[in-house]
Design a protein around this ligand. Structure first.
Ligand SMILES: [Zn+2]
Length: 54
């Protein structure tokens, strides 16, 4: 099991989902607040620089 941090792009709610690696590949993650599927994964645990400069 691993925990994944998400942020809802609709309402801005941040939440954590605990699931297995295989579940992470198949499972649709919903926002617990507004039930939107428009959630984005937050990278935590290690620092990942994507150097996204716009
Ligand atoms: Zn939401």
């Amino acid at each position: 099991m691993a925990s994944y941090d998400y942020k809802c792009s609709k309402c801005g709610k941040k939440f954590t989902v605990v699931m297995t690696i295989s579940q992470h590949g198949t499972r649709k993650v919903h926002c617990p607040k507004c039930n939107s599927v428009k959630v984005s994964r937050q990278i935590t645990g290690f620092f990942c620089q994507t150097s996204k400069k716009s």
